[in-house]
Ligand binder design. Structure first.
Ligand SMILES: Cc1ncc(C[n+]2csc(CCOP(=O)(O)OP(=O)(O)O)c2C)c(N)n1
Ligand code: SF4
Length: 262
């Protein structure tokens, strides 16, 4: 199947705001799926609720748009019932790490054979830009109008610590690397977690004077730092800038897997 055949073009235009990064994440994911040579019947997409969780609705395969935070529970059922399927989830930072936080750590601990693509846009986009578990300290949102004071989760570190076999983080600026990362995740048995730090010009941008997508892209370009460089700095006793976005492949390993592909 070619790339365009994966799209439900009849569903376009999408619900996404102009300049939203979710479209880029879908494109990169579908490019990776296309390069795997799979057919429609080989793949199931799942999601919870949120802007990012609308993604499977634009993809022409069987898919489940489930309840907020619970996509991993549904995905576990799909995978255990039909292990030959390649199961891919789209999720947001709120869906995955707030209401769905418990499912996330236990799916990583079990190392279930799923690929999770997380659109981390630092807020709840769909419901009006509320703060999420990844809102940076000092960032404004509709529930943190004077700046967040809470320490955010590092979702990739969390996935690694909980046991996922493959973890990497990129941004919509890094389309080639993101596509390669999703492909690597699809190829790696066990739980693969791909985190994409993504622009939400509406929910996050409006509250933080970042309405201009070009500016967002410039931030992704300028502040991204490869993990190898961040590790080198730490080894030399030098600080990693607090606003750095550490990107790259964080882990690829072979812990025992639940729900191996048949
Ligand atoms: C049980 C339940 N609680 C709350 C909601 C309301 N709700 C819908 S989407 C959402 C947050 C979405 O944020 P995120 O997962 O980060 O996705 P985004 O919209 O930013 O892509 C919330 C709280 C809901 N639909 N169901
Ligand atoms: S609110 Fe944000 S995440 Fe949702 S579609 Fe608009 S830009 Fe994208």
């Amino acid at each position: 199947m070619n790339f365009l055949e994966w799209y439900r073009v009849d569903r376009l235009p999408s619900i996404f705001c102009a300049g939203c990064g979710i479209g880029t994440v879908i494109n990169c994911t579908l490019s990776a799926v296309t390069s795997m040579g799979w057919r429609r019947n080989d793949v199931v997409f799942l999601s919870g609720i949120g802007c990012s969780s609308r993604a499977p609705g634009y993809i022409r395969t069987d898919s489940l748009h489930t309840t907020h935070g619970r996509a991993l529970a549904f995905a576990t059922g799909v995978k255990l019932a039909e292990p030959r399927l390649n199961v891919i989830l789209f999720t947001g930072d709120g869906d995955l790490a707030a209401i769905g936080g418990n499912h996330f750590i236990h799916a990583c601990r079990r190392n279930i054979d799923l690929t999770v693509v997380c659109v981390n846009n630092y807020i709840y986009g769909m419901t009006g830009g509320q703060g999420s578990p990844t809102t940076p300290v000092g960032a404004r949102s509709s529930t943190t109008p004077y700046g967040s004071t809470e320490t955010p989760f590092d979702l990739s570190e969390l996935a690694m610590a909980a046991g996922a076999n493959y973890v990497s983080r990129w941004t919509p600026y890094h389309t080639k690397e993101l596509t390669a990362a999703v492909k690597a995740g699809l190829e790696t048995p066990g739980l693969s977690f791909i985190e994409v730090m993504t622009q939400c010009p509406t929910g996050y941008g409006r509250a933080n004077r970042l309405r201009d997508v070009k500016e967002f892209m410039e931030i992704f370009r300028m502040r991204s730092m490869l993990k190898q460089k961040a590790d080198r700095l730490l080894k030399e006793g030098k600080p990693v800038p607090p606003d750095a976005i550490v990107i790259g492949e964080f882990v690829r390993r072979s812990r025992p897997v639940m729900g191996r592909r048949g």
